[in-house]
Design a protein around this ligand. Sequence first.
Ligand code: NAP
Length: 489
Amino acid sequence: MINQATEKRVVDAVPKQLYVDGGWADAQGGATFDVVDPATGHVLCAVADAAPEDGMRALRAASDAQSAFAAVPPRQRADMLMTAFRLLHERIDDLALLMTLEMGKPLAESRGEVAYAAEFFRHFAEEAVRINGGYQVAPTGGARFLVTKQPVGPCLLITPWNFPLAMGTRKIGPAIAAGCTSVIKPAAQTPLSMLALAGILGEAGVPDGVVNVVTTTRSGEVMEPQIRSGLARKLSFTGSTAVGRKLLEQCADKILRTSMELGGNAAFIVFADADLDAAVDGALAAKMRNSGEACTAANRFYVHEDVAEDFGSRMAERMRTFAVGRGTQDDVRVGPLINPAARDKVQSLVDDAVEQGAQVLTGGTALAGVGYFYPPTVLTGVPGSARMRREEIFGPVASISQFSTEAEVVAAANDTEYGLANYVYTNDLTRALRVAEALESGMVGLNQGVVSNPAAPFGGVKASGLGREGGPTGIDEFLETKYIGITLA
Ligand code: NAP
């Protein structure tokens, strides 16, 4: 159990200003906004509320620092990332508490996220010194092709509130590894983790202007002028598909490189031959990680009719044991949702499904009192027409329906505009591979409920996004390929 003095110490330690050109600065006019603890509704502190001119100042700093940073030897860039990796681990307790306070997830999950976030720095430190090129004889002979890779240039990085640290390091890691400078704009709901990270990167020796952090409640007004300025060369965005669409339009103006990690609507398919114990464990991981507030969260469970009833009752039994409460308390497994609107949206999706015939096995009603809590909920018999089959639930609600045939379930799983992740449980190897190949998503968990791994290419198809983060190709998102043609006389 964490006491109030510890909470205060951790919040007080975070700088509350904008991080621009290696220093801390107030927003124009000294404007600030409040950061709220979603478990209590209380204000934790106030941080700088940037105006459009503050954003441009940060981008000019990134632009001015670009050419010198591109010339920093890869080994030195790798060393900066490794130092930051070590500092994140050294401070994991305080960083985890900070994350729990601003975002709500239980401390154990916050610790997991800090470690996951740090791993992107280690992964990209190892990639920084492996950026390769090529030398090739032209097919007609005579000429030679020399191929090299160069940093894209100054980047704009926009991150969501649900993974306040890891969504940042997944972009900052490859940007630094590739030699790119950046302006990062975290979500207004969770600015503290990113401000703490900015301080750590400074300590790790990242030069002034290479990483800049701008916190604001005016995200559109602050980012659009930067996107359209001509100073930035790339936008990497993680967030909703609706905002991603808007940003892609803005990027078209100056033809910015883009990476888009957008929304999901993952299907979790359980065939009759699956190991049901493993499937329930995987389902709980895929559904309850981050209390369901994850782009990869299992949004639609499809369970074969022979095992659907058993699966539903086992899920409900396990979900009932998940303690709900403030993430700082021992044994809490489900924290609050991020704000009242998120809680109300989950309730309206549940009400809609129930009105259309779904049965509630457990949960189903938002918890009264302070904080934005929603209980673990299991619904069965959810019809395809329910809104929760098309929209991200983003809450601890397992929405289950039955299927009969493989063809039917593959068609249902693909009947969505999204294509981020899907999950398949079966012990039939041939079917597993056939279904994994047929599913329209960037990632498939085969007999596993968590697909996120810094060393694997993370990303979606269709309306779930463009590009891949992490993995062996994550750094390429921040590199341009240049070909130099040589005539050998
Ligand atoms: P969001 O509303 O799209 O916001 C994401 C980020 O964009 C925040 O920093 C937000 O700032 C900013 N933003 C909003 N409007 C903007 C605008 N007009 N111009 C520039 N920036 C703008 O999404 P969210 O609610 O924070 O996050 C949840 C969504 O993210 C879900 O759809 C989830 O699936 C998706 N997600 C995807 C991945 C992935 O890897 N594919 C990972 C995590 C989350 P403010 O909030 O401060 O306005």
